[in-house]
Design a protein around this ligand. Structure first.
Ligand code: PMT
Length: 402
């Protein structure tokens, strides 16, 4: 989603600098070309070599280094950047920027650039609350600089309050949202399921699957960033809620079914990306089951088919998109599901292939709808979601025109 974008990260001297390699890694994963500038103080918290290794570019730090200036000088760097993110931004850096100082490479570049600049403040809570810091932030904000964070919580010094740098994940989401498509999905109401469902056997055991939620969450994030109003019904996963997405957590297939049915008649499009347990345990044991015999039988009963029930709605029915996780005969089985469940579209993934599908950052999809099909090549789940949403909207609009 940041493909081809030149992102300049300015790192100043705070303990949160240790989060920068992860931030750079995430931005690179989204396709950005990342360069890093460090202040002298930043180098006491993290080495330039680590950031050079993750960014794949030399790290700049000195305004007075003739070799660096001969390669990509501060004016070139200022022009190269499509966006400058200062993370972590200490109280000192913020103060220097607020009065327009240019006494090191980072502040000089911020003066010399016409690119948008975002600040991710990171400092002790009292320093953050200090009138001068607030005044400086206010001043930068009045110059249209973006202020991202800080988060509230426990700090390295033991204090609790505002001043923690936003997580690399949140910062990279913010950048993605900044650059994502204009609001072409504004007015579209999207309901999504994601992740696995979990069916208890006894108080300590359960039946589930390897779904991480990444595919569904990526679709939700991309759709919200394009202006859609998104409700995400998620099984138990370890992912943060994408910005501007309404998330409802559920555990079992029955809970997911009931929640989906509450919302399905209020949305335009329903995308069933969750890996729902087809069966649940008939009698969940109240106490932990003990092992006695060599063999044990657990009786399972069928769960309702959520996507099929939405597709069968009579008075109002949204546009319904299902997923199909297959390990063989992908097209045949996907088409069978498209027809049997009466879907408008099905997105088939071949989950027998390593490095895609379940619990991976990457995926490839074969889309089938009533009058066509399309292959979406292997790529990260965010880029894939952009193309997938383009196709879903195209088919949705076509169906509504008929
Ligand atoms: O979460 P990730 O780790 O990112 O992995 C993504 C994924 C592989 C889980 C995802 O891309 C995917 O394929 N999801 C659907 C997996 C699945 O359960 O497929 P299925 O062939 O068993 O089900 C077909 C469709 O029916 C799906 O849309 C499913 O959500 C739906 N279904 C299934 C059973 C049920 N009781 N209710 C349902 O709604």
């Amino acid at each position: 989603m940041l493909s081809g974008k030149h992102i300049l990260i300015g790192v100043s001297g705070g303990i949160a600098a240790y989060k920068c390699p992860e931030l750079v890694r995430r931005l690179k994963q989204q396709g950005a070309d990342v360069r890093v500038i460090m202040t002298d103080a930043a180098k006491t918290f993290i080495t330039p070599l680590s950031l050079q290794a993750v960014s794949g570019n030399p790290v700049s730090n000195s305004l007075l280094d003739p070799n660096a200036e001969a390669a990509m000088g501060h004016i070139e760097l200022a022009k190269w950047a499509d966006f400058i993110l200062l993370a972590p931004a200490t109280a000192d850096l913020i103060a220097r920027l607020a009065i327009g100082m240019a006494n090191d490479l980072l502040t000089a570049i911020c003066l010399a650039t016409s690119a948008p600049i975002a600040i991710a403040p990171a400092m002790n809570q009292q320093m953050y609350r200090a009138q001068s810091t607030q005044h400086n932030l206010h001043r930068l904000s009045s110059y249209n600089w973006l202020i991202w964070g800080p988060d509230y919580g426990e700090q390295a010094c033991g204090d609790v309050g505002p001043g923690r740098m936003m997580s690399p994940e949140e910062l990279s989401n913010k950048l993605v949202n900044y650059f994502s498509y204009p609001g072409d999905l504004e007015g579209v109401n999207l309901l999504l399921t994601a992740g696995p469902t979990v069916e208890a056997i006894d108080p300590v055991r359960f039946i589930s699957n390897h779904s991480s939620g990444k595919m569904g969450f990526a679709i939700a994030q991309v759709a919200a960033s394009r202006g859609a109003s998104v409700t995400l019904i998620s099984g138990p996963v370890n992912l943060p809620t994408p910005e501007k997405v309404r998330r409802i957590n559920v555990t079992t297939a029955l809970e997911m079914h009931d929640t989906v049915m509450q919302y399905a008649d209020k949305v335009d499009i329903f995308v069933a990306c969750a890996a729902v347990s087809d069966y649940r345990v008939a009698n969940i044991a109240d106490e932990k089951l003990k092992k006695h015999d060599k063999h044990m039988t657990i009786e399972l009963i069928r769960n309702p088919d959520i996507v099929a029930d939405v597709a069968a709605m009579s008075t109002y029915r949204p546009f319904v998109v299902g997923f199909a996780a297959e390990t063989q005969n992908v097209k045949e089985y996907a088409l069978e599901k498209l027809n049997k469940k009466n879907l408008d579209m099905i997105c088939a993934n071949d989950v027998s292939q390593p490095g895609r599908g379940f619990n991976s950052d990457m995926n490839a999809l074969n889309l089938f709808w009533r009058s066509g099909e399309l292959t979406l090549a292997l790529s990260d789940k965010f880029s894939l979601s952009q193309t997938l949403l383009d196709k879903i909207i195209e088919c949705y609009n076509e169906k509504n025109r008929r």
